[in-house]
Design a protein around this ligand. Structure first.
Ligand SMILES: *[C@@H]1O[C@H](CO)[C@@H](O)[C@H](O)[C@H]1NC(C)=O
Ligand SMILES: *[C@@H]1O[C@H](CO)[C@@H](O)[C@H](O)[C@H]1NC(C)=O
Ligand SMILES: *[C@@H]1O[C@H](CO)[C@@H](O)[C@H](O)[C@H]1NC(C)=O
Ligand SMILES: *[C@@H]1O[C@H](CO)[C@@H](O)[C@H](O)[C@H]1NC(C)=O
Ligand SMILES: *[C@@H]1O[C@H](CO)[C@@H](O)[C@H](O)[C@H]1NC(C)=O
Ligand SMILES: *[C@@H]1O[C@H](CO)[C@@H](O)[C@H](O)[C@H]1NC(C)=O
Ligand SMILES: *[C@@H]1O[C@H](CO)[C@@H](O)[C@H](O)[C@H]1NC(C)=O
Ligand SMILES: *[C@@H]1O[C@H](CO)[C@@H](O)[C@H](O)[C@H]1NC(C)=O
Ligand SMILES: *[C@@H]1O[C@H](CO)[C@@H](O)[C@H](O)[C@H]1NC(C)=O
Ligand SMILES: *[C@@H]1O[C@H](CO)[C@@H](O)[C@H](O)[C@H]1NC(C)=O
Ligand SMILES: *[C@@H]1O[C@H](CO)[C@@H](O)[C@H](O)[C@H]1NC(C)=O
Ligand SMILES: *[C@@H]1O[C@H](CO)[C@@H](O)[C@H](O)[C@H]1NC(C)=O
Length: 704
């Protein structure tokens, strides 16, 4: 689970990108710095954040986690609670799921089984992602100091440099803190300047929480701080560094603390897992240290100055490579807000959503769905890297399809299909959590074709063909095998049972949803091209299904959610949530099966009836992509700035009534849409913004 090596590689490949995109003409830094987040007080809902994609640190107004226990999350820190002790349900192997009728045969789905409630719930909640620890300041004269007791707080996140500057006063004495996260290791580097240091009145603490799968969402704070007895920490002190081992049941990891100058580490303090790092008095006002979190003992942790220079060069390369867009922010308030969202999204996605696995929806800010990630959401999280030409960041996780291939082949086989059926809510092992929706959603299946085709357009080489071949073949085999030949229509059906993108129908009635049919068609088309590019024959099974998929369902002149749906436009539950049927032209490239008279009627009907108050996150970018494809660029901008699609002062997309903030697919889908509007698409390349907007854009790939 070492994270060091991929990051080093990333630096090399990003440098390579810098060379290949050395035409950067836009003076990017001043535009980026305009949007540096600034705060004068902690937010109770979101931290200021630093991170490297696999590891992130959420800070309060002090630049650390002094007053608020914001989180330190990683892609590698996970924990299992003990297994249930219920007879016959004490092992994952005891879980059998449920059998549902599927075209005349019983298929076993990973769904919670009421007769196996304990192990079903255990598999949903385990493993869960853990908060690695809290790092803050303490004040010798008032160990319980709170935020109301400090004055003159000012904080600025330097986006271009990847560092956080915080300053405030305690009883009139100023304290300045600089915080950085290392791009090459999971290290927080901290430098403090204050007379309180030389007086011996200021120190640092590191504290460690326990973890459990009791809550599906843990926001804004993750972990259990009062179950001290349930876990252990062990200190090992050396000369100028110390190491704390944290054991929570079967999970063990290490925190190496390394400082410059004279200091000591003591702890744990008073029935806690809190340790104090105390600079010696009289040795000057400046003190710096690093805290490196690692699943294995890391004897080579880095110093503040090393982290500072790595971070500066990593962020420089990040901002100067790949695409960039400059909107007329000075003269147009919509452009200014959109530019703010773009820059802050770029920052937050590099921090939170560029990990070795697909990211969780809340990134590394807090936990949702126990810290797990969703394979159907991988498209929305990560496709923007392709249009923005930031391939090295996508490459960190794209091997997930190779890694999950064995479990996905097995899933399909156990259900009587050929090929690979991709899972849904996952942990790094590839196990998909039990769930009725989890087991019956299908729109994640064609995603590999979209990723592969974007990569082929960027690099049409034998290597690309070979890289994806196994995955695409197995994916197409499943998609063909899943489609059911309907004896009465002679067409191929998708479902039942299945859930469409919007997850709001009865799965036993749901058949041939508009979006999924179009996406199946798109996927099987790429599958055939992939074979042809390699001079291989296209399997007949794929062609037969592709040519005989049921037509997109039409009623009264509009596309509808699925074939045979009753009175869709007058059914409250069916005209809310993701309007995926508009994705057949926008999210997906234009498709020869789409009739534009009917499609236009469908857009009009969605605009007239849909409950957009209930929409959130990527729904708005989805609507914007459709509007942009039809040439309505003003409408596209309006969707991207819709009142129900908000971003907070540090750029975190608001979750609203449905999920905690941040809901990061909002950021990534925004960038995907902006990428499409900046680079255009096949047959209509270039900018798609309102004519009066004076825009500079560079480095964007062309969408399909
Ligand atoms: C924060 O403090 C700075 C300096 O005192 C001041 O200029 C700024 O207006 C304050 N910002 C807010 C949001 O209060
Ligand atoms: C949690 O348990 C599962 C199933 O026994 C196992 O595969 C996985 O490695 C464990 N993960 C952790 C973090 O202990
Ligand atoms: C769908 O059908 C299965 C039987 O195949 C049944 O167990 C299940 O309850 C049905 N689900 C709904 C939502 O009707
Ligand atoms: C601040 O000053 C008050 C009053 O002198 C004192 O009681 C308190 O301990 C001081 N706090 C710190 C953190 O120095
Ligand atoms: C720990 O804190 C939680 C939440 O405040 C509380 O419900 C629980 O009883 C506490 N447990 C102990 C052992 O103090
Ligand atoms: C801590 O351990 C005790 C004793 O085994 C147990 O009753 C309690 O539920 C555990 N607490 C948590 C948060 O898991
Ligand atoms: C530890 O306990 C002692 C005595 O109760 C108390 O004075 C001290 O403040 C405590 N330290 C911490 C860090 O809570
Ligand atoms: C078509 O529209 C009519 C009247 O607007 C309505 O009564 C009928 O149910 C609709 N048919 C379908 C299949 O939705
Ligand atoms: C169905 O909804 C349309 C608006 O989309 C409305 O004009 C019509 O009266 C409704 N019909 C029924 C039967 O509710
Ligand atoms: C599109 O659908 C309309 C309405 O059903 C129909 O009149 C038209 O012929 C169709 N266009 C094409 C190109 O099939
Ligand atoms: C659909 O709407 C777009 C945008 O208004 C328009 O350009 C196009 O001609 C329309 N297509 C049809 C077939 O009506
Ligand atoms: C639309 O959604 C909002 C938010 O969930 C809800 O309060 C409202 O009742 C819905 N409106 C309709 C017409 O269903």
């Amino acid at each position: 689970m070492g994270t060091l090596q991929p990051m080093t590689l990333l630096l090399v490949s990003l440098s390579f990108c810098l060379v290949s995109f050395s035409y950067a003409e836009i003076n990017r830094q001043p535009i980026i710095s305009t949007f540096n987040p600034r705060r004068n007080a902690s937010s109770s809902s979101t931290p200021m954040q630093l991170g490297n994609g696999n590891f992130a640190f959420g800070a309060d107004i002090t630049g650390l986690q002094t007053f608020l226990p914001f989180n330190t999350l990683s892609s590698w820190g996970w924990h299992n609670s003990s297994l249930p002790t219920t007879a016959g349900q004490s092992s994952p192997a005891d879980f059998t799921g449920l059998e549902w009728w599927t075209h005349g045969r019983l298929v076993d789905y990973d769904q919670p089984n009421p007769a196996e409630a304990a192990i079903s719930q255990w598999l949903i909640a385990n493993p869960h992602r853990i908060n690695l620890g809290r790092v803050g300041l303490w004040f010798k004269k008032d160990i319980n100091l709170d935020e109301s007791a400090i004055a003159g707080s000012e904080q600025e996140l330097d986006l271009y440099g990847g560092l956080l500057n915080s300053r405030f006063q305690v009883n009139g004495t100023s304290v300045e803190v600089q915080t950085i996260v290392d791009p090459e290791s999971d290290t927080i580097a901290v430098s403090v300047q204050s007379e309180l240091v030389s007086k011996g009145e200021l120190g640092f603490f590191v504290d460690f929480p326990y973890a459990s799968g009791a809550n599906k969402f843990e926001a804004p704070f993750v972990g259990i701080w009062n179950a001290t007895e349930n876990h252990t920490t062990t200190l090992r002190s050396y000369n100028s560094w110390a190491e704390i081992q944290h054991d929570l049941d079967d999970t063990t990891y290490f925190t190496a603390i390394k400082w410059t100058g004279q200091a000591s580490v003591e702890g744990p303090l008073n029935d806690s897992h809190r340790y104090h790092l105390t600079p010696s008095s009289g040795s000057g006002n400046d003190f710096s240290f690093t805290s490196t979190f690692s699943p294995s003992r890391s004897l080579k942790s880095r110093m503040f100055s090393e982290v500072k220079s790595s971070s500066a060069s990593w962020w420089h390369i990040y901002w100067e490579s790949g695409a960039f867009i400059s909107l007329p922010a000075a003269s147009n308030s919509s452009a200014a807000e959109l530019q703010r969202r773009i820059i802050l999204s770029q920052y937050l996605l590099a921090v939170n959503s560029a990990s070795k696995d697909p990211p969780q929806e809340s990134g590394l800010v807090n936990n949702g769905w126990y810290g797990k990630f969703h394979m159907e959401m991988y498209f929305w999280h990560s496709m923007h890297w392709t249009l923005w030409n930031k391939w090295a960041l996508l490459d960190r996780s794209i091997s997930v399809y190779q890694r999950f291939l064995p479990t996905s082949l097995q899933r399909a086989e156990e259900q009587g299909y050929t090929g690979a059926r991709w899972g849904k809510m996952s942990d790094p092992s590839g196990r998909s959590a039990p769930g009725e929706i989890n087991s019956l959603l299908i729109w994640q299946q064609p995603h590999p074709f979209y990723f592969a085709e974007m990569e082929w357009r960027q690099s049409p080489t034998t290597q690309t063909l070979e890289k994806w071949d196994d995955v695409l073949k197995a994916t197409a085999d499943f998609m063909a095998s899943y489609a059911f030949r309907n004896q009465s229509t002679k067409g191929y059906d998708l479902g039942p049972p299945m859930y469409p993108v919007s997850e709001n129908t009865n799965p036993n009635d749901t058949v041939n949803p508009t979006f999924e049919l179009a996406y199946w068609g798109f996927g099987l088309d790429v599958a055939s091209k992939w074979q042809q590019r390699q001079g291989k024959a296209v399997p007949n099974t794929w062609t037969r299904v592709a040519e005989n998929l049921r037509p997109l369902p039409v009623q009264n002149g509009t596309y509808v959610l699925y074939e045979g749906v009753k009175d869709m436009w007058n059914t409250t539950d069916l005209i809310e949530d993701h309007p995926a049927l508009l994705g057949i032209n926008g999210w997906l490239p234009p498709n020869s099966h789409v009739n534009f008279t009917i499609f236009n009627n469908t857009i009009a009907k969605v605009y007239e009836t849909w409950n957009f108050t209930y929409s959130y996150g990527w729904d708005f970018p989805l609507l914007a992509m459709t509007a942009a494809r039809l040439g309505d660029t003003q409408k596209a901008i309006d969707w991207l700035l819709d009142p129900n699609f908000e971003f907070d002062d540090v750029g975190m997309p608001i979750g609203g009534a449905r999920v905690p903030t941040p809901y990061l697919p909002g950021s990534s889908s925004l960038l995907l849409t902006v990428g499409m509007m900046a680079g255009g698409w096949d047959g209509d390349e270039g900018l798609h913004f309102p004519d009066e907007w004076d825009i500079e854009a560079e480095g964007f790939a062309i969408a399909m």
